[in-house]
Design a protein around this ligand. Structure first.
Ligand code: ZN
Length: 401
């Protein structure tokens, strides 16, 4: 997704959301905003504050949040899409649209590795990456922004290949280590070429995911120095805790925690990041679709897991799933901030949770109920078909589509 690209979905000219009970910003420095109203124009946030202080006249779309909680749409930092809304991994249709119902508005590909017959020759892997980038840029399943076209690097690639990929619009590398480049020194050279040409890299960390993939240990991760330490908690098999700890301490790169990984290590790594005073490095993903399936609520489950078991305030964990990822990935979403995309998830405490508020319910380990999801200022779904029912849901008073 290019940042300054015009909004293709043709957002309504003016959107006003009022009566927001609690506004989560996605920013660790100030996770809760003193605001109850958002104004957006053309799918971009124009104003955030108190209703009386904002120009709310002339809105084509008017939404009453009914006192529910608004947060930036969740960003899944690690998915493996293939084509449209189909995944061959579990032969499932509609998984991205179902994940929208879990509050996810943007997904980042860590490689289109599940494509049956995936080409591994250099011209073929470049062609696949460019095709995936174009296809997901042209088609957003359910409205979800899928940043795809993440080639799996193979031995024999030269700097020119990375330059060519970058010029063709590729912005990401798929997980380093899933191809034939598994040695630290080789990965380091290619990661540096990618970085030089503006392509961000992620490295697979831990044991093999499925038969045919391999181990990437902490020495390879440190030597390769990719921008994102992909699934530091394993996908699924984790490195020993002391090695994960060493990665948190010795590297300054992003610490990615995924649902399809070792949950105990995810909790430990999140705690370590807080203790090391680098919570801004923590980003969340699902690594779905995977051997354990598709988890439409995987991002919410990560938020509840880390908040409850790692004992991190829920408003901070939501930043791991939104603003942290947007900043690290260079995306114009993920924060409730003027100029950013109007991608929002509306939540409330699930009906009959023991928590008195949404944040308290998440800290108790319960999932929130989603009442609405918006992308680029457009309503993409109302009450989620997948979460437990939210106590209060927003109401569209006018317009909306
Ligand atoms: Zn992996």
């Amino acid at each position: 997704m290019a940042h300054d690209e015009p909004v293709k979905s043709g957002g309504p000219e003016k959107l006003v959301i009022r009566n927001i009970g609690l506004m989560l910003s996605g920013d660790l420095a100030r996770p809760i905003l003193d605001a109850d109203t958002i104004v957006a124009v053309g799918g971009r946030i124009l104003g955030v504050g108190r209703e009386r202080d904002l120009d709310t006249d002339g809105a084509q779309t008017l939404i009453d949040a009914n006192g529910s909680v608004l947060a930036p749409g969740l960003i899944d930092s690690h998915v493996h899409p293939v084509a449209g809304d189909w995944t061959p991994r579990q032969n499932q249709l509609g998984w991205i649209e179902s994940t929208l119902n879990g509050g996810v508005t943007t997904m980042i590909s860590a490689g289109e590795v599940h494509l049956p017959g995936r080409p591994k020759d250099i011209v073929g892997l470049k062609a696949l990456a460019i095709t995936a980038q174009r296809a997901f840029d042209n088609f957003r399943p359910g409205g979800v922004k899928v940043v795809a076209g993440a080639p799996i690097i193979e031995k024999g690639m030269t700097e020119h290949d990375f330059k060519e990929l970058a010029e063709a619009g590729v912005t990401l590398l798929g997980e380093v280590g899933l191809g034939s480049v598994k040695a630290g020194y080789e990965a380091k050279e290619m990661v540096a070429w990618a970085r030089k040409h503006g392509i961000q890299s992620t490295i697979h960390t831990g044991g093999p995911s499925i038969p045919g993939s391999g181990l990437i240990d902490k020495d390879v991760v440190l030597e390769a120095d990719a921008d994102v330490i992909g699934h530091i908690n394993g996908g699924h098999t984790s490195l020993p805790w002391k090695h994960v700890c060493e990665l948190c301490e010795k590297s300054s790169r992003a610490i990615e925690l995924v649902h399809n990984g070792n949950e105990k290590i995810a909790i430990e790594a999140a705690r370590a990041a807080i203790e090391l005073k680098c919570p801004h490095r923590v980003i969340l993903g699902t690594d779905g679709p995977a051997g354990s399936g598709v988890q439409p609520l995987g991002m919410l489950r990560m938020v509840a897991l880390l908040s409850s078991f790692a004992n991190i305030p829920a408003e901070l964990v939501f930043c791991f799933a939104t603003g942290n990822t947007a900043r690290i990935r260079g995306l114009n979403c993920g924060l409730v901030e003027v100029g950013r995309a109007a991608d929002f998830v509306f939540m409330d405490r699930a009906q009959h949770t023991a928590g008195a508020t949404l944040l308290e319910s998440v800290q108790l380990g319960d999932l929130p109920g989603i009442g609405m999801v918006m992308i680029d200022g457009l309503v993409r779904c109302g009450r989620s078909r997948n979460t437990p029912p939210a106590t209060e849901v927003p109401v569209v008073l006018q317009g909306g589509h």
